[in-house]
Design a protein around this ligand. Structure first.
Ligand code: NAI
Length: 256
């Protein structure tokens, strides 16, 4: 059964990784996908989206630029009449500790990871209310749930994404808008290629996952699909860790 039949999904970060996996899975489940990213997707990657859902489209958009976000939101609404699902997956890594961090870099990471999700929500939530509801899925991180060394701007931005999610729930839950966040662990995407190249950091990070392996973007997309679907109709303001058990438990007797 198609779980998103006739839904319209607005997905940022759709050219790569988790956003692309969401675009492909949502289209396969019957949604028309409006995908946005500052970079264009590989045409071969995007083909699966349009094959499954021919009315789907892709456009470049910088999530930090309010004029662009507003124009893209208006364009999606003009083309399809409504947007039922918003997935905020555009994001970047953000490294550094407070004492050595360039302030402009701190601001850049917050602008993309946090302000970007605010802007798309701002320009799409009112029409969700007018159309009887909607689902917003924000990509936070395990580093929104806990701190991490050497990545202050990333942790701060993802903590903010969790509070953005809860505030959207508080303000628009009464109008049947559901806002939830996903908190992935280490997922194999271009974003985390750099981690792979640094041993023993990569091995240590993988070892934190109780399941002993990194996740795949498709595993995060499956969780996003659930939260976007009517099966999650009474789930609102929550964060769901998709992390192979990383934030749930530590192994003591036989550590990985
Ligand atoms: P990715 O690098 O594969 O995809 C992120 C996409 O965001 C890229 O296509 C990039 O072009 C786009 N983007 C960057 N700046 C943008 C801007 N200003 N405007 C529009 N698009 C922009 O990364 P991945 O792994 O798919 O990450 C997706 C989301 O999931 C991010 O928010 C990330 O922080 C989050 N996440 C990823 C984890 C991982 O291990 N890969 C773990 C936890 C969270």
């Amino acid at each position: 059964m198609s779980r998103l039949q006739d839904k319209i999904a607005f997905i940022t970060g759709a050219a790569s990784g988790i956003g692309l996996a969401c675009a492909r899975r949502f289209a396969a489940e019957g949604a028309t996908v409006c995908g946005y990213d500052i970079n264009k997707p590989d045409p071969a990657d995007w083909q699966a989206v349009t094959d499954a859902a021919p009315l789907s489209m892709f456009s470049t958009m910088d999530v930090t630029n309010e004029d662009e976000v507003q124009a893209c939101a208006a364009g999606a609404l003009a083309a399809h009449g409504r947007v039922d699902i918003l997935v905020n997956s555009a994001g970047v890594a953000g490294l550094g500790a407070a004492g050595e961090l360039d302030t402009a870099e701190f601001q850049r990471v917050l602008d993309i990871n946090l302000k970007g999700s605010f802007l798309t929500s701002k320009h799409l939530v009112n029409q969700m209310v007018e159309n009887g509801g909607g689902a917003i899925i924000n990509l936070a991180s395990i580093y929104g749930l806990m701190g991490g060394d050497g990545q202050l701007p990333y942790c701060v931005s993802k903590g903010g994404v969790l509070q953005l999610t809860r505030s959207l729930c508080a303000d628009y839950g009464p109008a049947n808008v559901r806002a939830n966040a996903l908190c992935p662990g280490l997922i194999e995407t271009p974003l985390t290629d750099i981690v792979k190249s640094i041993e023993p950091v990569h091995e240590r990070f993988v070892g934190w996952h109780i399941q002993g392996r990194p996740g795949k973007p498709e595993e995060v997309a499956a969780a996003a699909l659930f939260l976007a679907s009517d099966e999650a109709s009474f789930i609102n303001g929550q964060s769901l860790a998709v992390d192979g058990g990383l934030t749930a438990a530590r192994r003591l007797l036989d550590p990985a």
